[in-house]
Design a binder for this molecule. Structure first.
Ligand code: GBH
Length: 497
């Protein structure tokens, strides 16, 4: 009576799915990005990206004048990286392609054999271990040759990106089923152009950031449309964008309106055009920036408008939503005449708000990073309310430390507390979270913080030419969560927390 046995097994599987178990199809992964791990900045015909230029031109803007010239040497050590991913039992590994390694002049008429070989090797090695590759097309490293034409502020960048995306889809799409077009446009648009702390290092607050924002939305959309038209029927993959969203909450009950405006500036500018039925900019922000621009004496808005056609092009270009979640801020109205620093680091002079933190949020030892796990659930619920019942993949979540501790209890606690909130979002709020990605598989070049800030489950010895990778407690913990598909793990690390 095999059917009875099967029924009993499936009923009991159903029954034993406890509160601390993840849904059956839930997937776990870890992430890195090309510039942060590959090194080999000038090897095999690769040309410079804006990060190569940035670190070489302004060494003083990076802690210890660090560069990604060698980084984790993943260009040579990709086999080891796949080993680490496999030791952890990852379902998928999220990495990014270096545009200027694959297309050294930025354009699709010169595909690098070396670049092709490198990414083919990595993809094939992952698949051999039954690890799905999840590929980000753009993680902050624009070819310098395209920056020379204005980079993300030139509207042609949307087509340059789309042509690059087509090359990647056609080379790797037979094996890659998950694609992220752009990683965190808020970082390479708002942080970059408002503060200059990210490549290309130009400061153009309230202007460059908005031009970049619009062009990034169009670039994403064009790549998505190409996948849809030319590849989907053959390859049947999924494509989206990964947005970083700090949870923003009202400082006091009087700041609720300010907080909602700020959410529209942080999340809305990169989600509303894609994930809503209306498309286009969040109306409240579009109106405010138009008014501000008028006050500035401009006969047009600093926020470039979308045409009807562009709204249609961008709207609905997603198969799921990618979310990078780390930290939170409070929001309050700025006082009249109060000096306001750059968005999204300190505040926004366009919407007249100031960001802060609560004293009870523990700082990680990294300037921008305060821990508030409950915010994760609030963020997921807000996204569902705002954009509907869409599938969400956590494309990054993780914890920074500034010390070398291999027994990284704070990081284990962070994963546990944040995964608990993910489970609550799924079980209590009905948010359709598909999976979770740890940033990062290993320590790597943490942008302007160089190697002084560490996110890795594996410690990397940057003093050794071997770039030796050593698992931390967090690697052990994450592996047991994945294996058990649950937070109910018998793990000695948990007992020590
Ligand atoms: C993500 O950025 C990135 O996708 C990833 O590459 C990165 O390594 C990871 O998270 C950890 O940071 O020093 O005040 O200028 C998260 C957003 C943007 C947060 C840059 C830190 C610098 C703040 N990051 N930001 S500041």
């Amino acid at each position: 009576m095999w059917w009875l046995k099967a029924a009993v097994i499936s009923v009991s599987v159903f029954l034993v799915l406890g509160e601390r178990d993840f849904p059956l199809g839930f997937i776990f992964g870890a992430a890195t990005s090309a510039y942060q791990v590959e090194g080999a900045w000038n090897v095999g015909g690769k040309s410079c990206s804006i990060w190569d230029t940035f670190v070489h031109t302004y060494p003083e803007r990076i802690v210890d004048n660090a560069t990604g010239n060698i980084a984790c040497d993943s260009y040579n050590k990709w086999k080891t990286d796949v080993e680490l991913a496999s030791e952890l039992g990852l379902h998928f590994y999220r990495f990014s392609i270096s545009w200027s390694r694959l297309l050294p002049n930025g354009f699709p008429n010169n595909i690098s054999e070396d670049g092709k070989r490198y990414y083919n090797n990595l993809i094939d090695a992952l698949l051999e271990k039954r690890i799905q590759p999840l590929v980000t097309l753009y993680h902050f490293d624009l070819p310098q040759s395209l920056q020379d034409f204005g980079g993300w502020t030139n509207p042609l960048v949307a087509d340059w990106f789309a042509h690059y995306a087509r090359v990647a889809f056609s080379l790797f799409g037979d094996r890659v089923k998950f694609w992220i077009t752009l990683n965190e446009p808020i970082t390479f648009c708002d942080i970059a152009y408002n503060s200059g702390s990210q490549a290309p290092g130009y400061i153009s607050p309230g202007v460059g950031n908005y031009i970049c924002n619009k062009n990034a939305m169009l670039a994403h959309a064009k790549a998505y449309r190409i996948y849809d038209k030319e590849f989907r029927s053959k390859y049947n993959g999924k494509v989206s964008i990964a947005n970083e969203i700090f949870w923003l909450e009202a400082d006091t009950v009087n700041d609720e309106e300010a907080a909602e405006k700020a959410r529209q500036l942080m999340a809305g500018m990169y989600c509303h055009p894609i994930f809503t039925k209306q498309g286009g900019w969040p109306p409240v922000i579009e109106r405010i920036i138009a008014e501000k621009s008028k006050e500035n004496g401009l006969p047009y808005s600093r926020l470039p408008p979308y045409t009807e056609e562009e709204i249609e092009l961008v709207k609905g270009t997603f198969d799921f939503m990618g979310l990078n979640f780390y930290t939170s801020r409070t929001v309050r109205n700025a006082k009249p005449g109060e000096e306001i620093g750059p968005w999204p680091l300190i505040g926004s002079s366009d919407i007249d708000v100031i960001l802060g933190v609560r004293p009870q949020w523990k700082q990680t030892g990294v300037s921008w990073f305060y821990i508030y796990p409950e915010a994760f659930r609030k963020q997921l619920a807000w996204l569902k309310k705002e954009y509907g019942d869409i599938e969400i993949l956590i494309t990054e979540n993780g914890c920074a430390s500034s010390n070398l501790d291999v027994d990284d209890k704070v990081r284990v606690q962070y994963y546990k507390d944040h995964l608990e909130q993910v489970l609550l979002a799924i079980n209590e709020d009905g948010v359709r979270v598909m999976g979770y990605t740890v940033w990062s598989l290993m320590d790597n070049f943490e942008w302007s913080d160089g190697y002084s800030v560490k996110f890795g489950m594996y410690d990397v010895d940057f003093d050794s030419p071997n770039r030796t990778r050593t698992p931390r407690s967090s690697a052990d913990y994450y592996a047991s969560v994945i294996k058990r598909h649950s937070l109910d793990v018998n793990n000695k690390i948990i007992d020590k927390l």
